[in-house]
Design a protein around this ligand. Structure first.
Ligand code: SAH
Length: 417
């Protein structure tokens, strides 16, 4: 096997749990590994640190997939998926999927499958047409499990066919669709790629989350079709919704809006810049019999928050769930300004004693930066904040100590005075 020897001390971060080797940390490469090959990683004294996938075309030159297993063959991936499944069973119950729960079944490095994202959606296929009620739509169709998968590193890209086999063996899905239409693929030297990988996948399905029904678009929706990471946070935010006027900014298909309405919100205003997402939101609202309390606006959040202030609108609960503003460190200052602007405007719009559920999903924007930004926004808007809850992504997106990129979703639910 070919090997990479690190410069002195460059093994320390890896031994603390970080799985990436950057190009400037390498002393020498022995042998001639091909792109995507398995390589042994050694510290400067020649001791083994682990085994990694090699990519000569990425700044992340190698990604560790195991400390001990040499070969990343079909059996390796099957073992990794089994162990990922065990964790989900531990967190959500052994019958989570059977109960109809959709789950992230593999979360990249945090599940020992570098760059591989597998979202498993349990639901019923949506027959074509616009029937408003799930009971009619789902009638007769058996429930199924469909996997929406992203291959975001070269190591998993070159092993696609054996990964598909291992996924079939462990999860027995009805179909697998690839959604590698993510710009980060370019950093690995890979073009975007989408399409059916196995079985058949309905274009749209209806699934249940937190007791509500959602239509999702597996082939065309954003990312893998649905943001599973916010599941528990949607429930948390909805606890503050009864009898409140709610503003859901960056609402996408209505994960927060519909739950808030179902929890008894007096009104919900849902805002997003994507017309397609809002179309789905409207149908989901009808499907859950809460359409009468949800209004939908297609707008740029930054402009619209300003408009709401000009109109003198006030809210009791505001949800702010923007997309990642900082994709890397260079973008951090711009991101900080963006987050601050949004949070400051939201604080202006809240009644005294109102609740703000605010998020950042940029991994390079640390929890400390997020808290500092919030304090800054509170100061500038002359408000005081009391923290109700500090939260992260749901447990099917495990956080690995030593691998801060896995600690990406920050959630603060604060009361604003
Ligand atoms: N809250 C959602 C997920 C939000 S993802 C949920 O619970 O599922 C981020 C959303 O922000 C996407 O739907 C995207 O369409 C929207 N978006 C991105 N930039 C925007 C902007 N400038 N103004 C309004 N919406 C925007």
């Amino acid at each position: 096997m070919t090997a990479i020897t690190l410069k002195p001390k460059e093994d320390i971060r890896l031994r603390h749990g970080h799985p990436w080797i950057y190009d400037n940390e390498i002393a020498r490469v022995e042998g001639e590994p091909s792109p995507g090959d398995e390589v042994e990683i050694r510290d400067a004294r020649g001791f083994r640190v682990g085994y990694a996938f090699f990519n000569p075309n990425s700044k992340i030159r190698a990604r560790i997939y195991s400390r001990t297993a040499k070969s990343a063959d079909e059996a390796f991936f099957a073992r990794a998926f089994e162990s990922a499944k065990e964790w989900r069973h531990f967190c959500f119950g052994r019958d989570a999927l059977e109960r109809g729960m959709s789950l992230r079944l593999a979360y990249g490095e945090a599940d020992s499958v570098p760059g591989l994202i597998v979202d498993g959606f349990m639901g019923v296929p949506l027959s074509t047409g616009n029937k408003p009620h799930a009971a009619e739509e789902g009638a007769g169709s058996p429930p199924g499990l469909w996997l929406s998968v992203q291959f975001l590193s070269l190591g998993v890209e070159v092993r696609k066919s054996l990964i598909v086999k291992a996924l079939c063996a462990v999860f027995a899905p009805d179909g697998i669709v690839e959604r590698s239409d993510a710009p980060v693929r370019a950093l690995e030297g890979l073009p975007e790629s989408t399409g059916l990988l196995w079985g058949s996948v309905p274009e749209r399905i209806i699934m249940e989350e937190n007791g509500a029904l959602f239509e999702i678009d597996l082939a065309g929706g954003q990312k893998t079709g649905w943001f599973l990471d916010q599941r528990a946070n949607r429930r948390a935010a909805a606890r503050y919704a009864p009898n409140r006027r709610v503003l859901d900014m960056f609402c996408n298909q209505g994960g927060f809006s519909i739950l808030a309405a179902k929890a008894g919100a007096a009104s919900v205003l849902s805002v997003d810049s994507s017309a397609e997402a809002l179309e789905l939101l409207k149908r989901n609202a009808a499907r859950n019999q809460v359409a009468d309390r949800i209004s939908v606006v297609e707008a740029n959040a930054f402009d619209y928050l300003r408009d709401l202030e000009k109109m003198g609108q006030r809210f009791d609960l505001i949800i702010l769930d923007p997309p990642a503003f900082a994709k890397n460190r260079a973008a951090l200052e711009g991101a900080r300004r963006g987050y601050k602007e949004l949070n400051l405007r939201a604080m202006h719009l809240l009644e005294r004693g109102g609740v703000l559920a605010t998020f950042s999903c940029s991994h390079s924007f640390s929890p400390e930066m997020f808290d500092a930004m919030l304090a800054d926004a509170a100061f500038d808007s002359n408000r005081r904040l009391r923290i109700l809850e500090e939260r992260a992504q749901d447990l099917d997106h495990p956080i690995m100590v030593g691998y801060d990129e896995s600690r990406y979703l920050k959630c603060r639910i604060v009361q604003v005075w």
